[in-house]
Design a protein around this ligand. Structure first.
Ligand code: ZN
Length: 411
């Protein structure tokens, strides 16, 4: 500790002296983070945090090439890789050559199932998670060719085939139910204009039942609150315009308590370690909550800042989550991957940009070149790409007729 102190106002969790197995893990992480902070203070007299744009760009570009060259790989989450890489590149404002986007469109069209929806690779059974990733990737590309890949009539039929009488959705036919599926379904349906009252009858009420005594949302009613599920539940309710079904105050209390007071990043659940990917899943909730509370006429809301420490999160991402060779990661000592690269950068974008519409305020820590493109907090793609997709598909009617069996559950 000699010479270097933690960032102003930060206090380590265990300064008070309690020791358990989980607290030992927490102490280890705090020690590593402390080392990173110390090394930074010794080496940088001018306080400049730097996002290693070039390094990240090259890491992503290499991933993109592998994607377009080796189609028939066994990997079952290729649409996810497309989305994580394309979204990271759009946040960095790196253009993607048209030949590459066209290859991706052709690849994703081969992942689309004859039953509707997308599988993890060509010829695989459709599943809501890769369906969400594929639709997001195609909307980021945003060309006529990309939009034309999506078979909306089949997509609507597929979503109906997953709908349960209690309002929830299966992740895939014969699969499990959890709150992710409600978000994936609402996200793709709203982007492609197949969102109907029948399809989502009872869904908002089912999601509201997943909010528990902690204030956050669990995978299904009665489960522990978790950052990923909470984001999915709240974002789905925003799409369905039913945020008011939640206890917003207890949700706000839960999510703000997940920002680690020493590390500056977020944990996914109570008593867990900090992890870079929750920079989006948790911090991304604050714009959604801000909007919901604003709609309620909450007069105490800030007009310049989200309700979390935006600078502390940027510090954590820039100092602790960048791999020197490019790419971003969970915490120091972990290895980089495209998932963490996407969600660390997405969280960084949330922390840099406050506001929506006319209201905009930026807090960019470090050099001005650290500034990323803003992201849409509901869909996690660039806001103008959301607008473009919505306007495009609004020109096309909602496919009909809807299946008889599920139509009976409306109202
Ligand atoms: Zn993670």
């Amino acid at each position: 500790m000699a010479g270097a102190s933690p960032p102003a106002g930060r206090r380590r969790l265990l300064d008070d002296g309690v020791r358990t197995a989980t607290s030992a893990e927490q102490t280890k992480v705090e020690d590593i983070v402390q080392e990173v902070f110390n090394a930074y203070k010794t080496n940088h007299h001018a306080s400049q945090f730097v996002l290693q744009r070039e390094k990240h760009f090259h890491y992503l570009k290499r991933g993109l090439r592998q994607l377009t060259e080796a189609y028939e790989c066994l990997d079952a989450s290729r649409p996810w890789l497309c989305y994580w890489i394309l979204h990271s590149l759009e946040l960095l404002e790196e253009p993607i050559p048209e030949s590459v986007t066209s290859d991706i469109c052709q690849f994703l069209s081969r992942c689309q199932s004859p039953q509707g929806g997308f599988g993890g690779g060509p010829g695989q059974h459709p599943h809501l998670a890769p369906t969400y990733a594929a639709v997001n990737a195609l909307c980021i590309i945003g060309t006529e060719e990309a939009f034309n890949v999506i078979d909306r009539k089949k997509l609507l039929e597929y979503l109906h085939s997953l709908k349960q009488p209690d309002g929830s959705f299966l992740m895939h036919v014969g699969g499990e139910v959890d709150v992710r599926s409600a978000y994936c379904a609402a996200s793709v349906a709203s982007l492609t204009n197949v969102l109907t009252p029948t399809l989502f009858a009872g869904t908002a009420e089912w999601i509201a039942r997943c909010q528990n005594w902690e204030g956050g949302i669990g995978g299904v009613p009665g489960m522990e609150a978790h950052g990923g599920y909470t984001f999915c539940g709240v974002a789905a309710l925003v799409i369905l315009k039913k945020e008011h079904l939640l206890n917003l105050r207890s949700l706000l209390h839960w999510v703000t308590s997940r920002q680690m007071r020493f590390e500056g990043g977020f944990q996914g659940r109570c008593n867990k370690l900090v992890d870079g990917c929750y920079s989006f899943w948790q911090a991304g909730l604050l714009p959604l909550l801000h909007r919901a509370l604003h709609a309620r006429g909450d007069a105490a809301l800030s007009m310049t800042h989200w309700m979390f420490d935006q600078s502390a999160l940027q510090e954590y991402i820039l100092l602790c989550c960048q791999c020197p060779a490019g790419g971003l990661l969970d915490k120091p000592g972990k290895s980089r991957d495209f998932y963490h690269t996407c969600y660390c950068l997405s969280g960084l974008a949330i922390a840099q940009h406050f506001g929506s519409g006319d209201l905009h305020h930026e807090v960019v820590l470090g050099i001005p070149e650290n500034r990323l493109q803003a992201t849409h907090p509901v869909y996690n793609i660039a806001p103008e790409k959301v607008v473009k997709a919505v306007l495009h598909f609004l020109q096309q009617p909602v496919p009909s007729p809807e299946p008889e069996a599920t139509a009976a559950t409306a109202d």
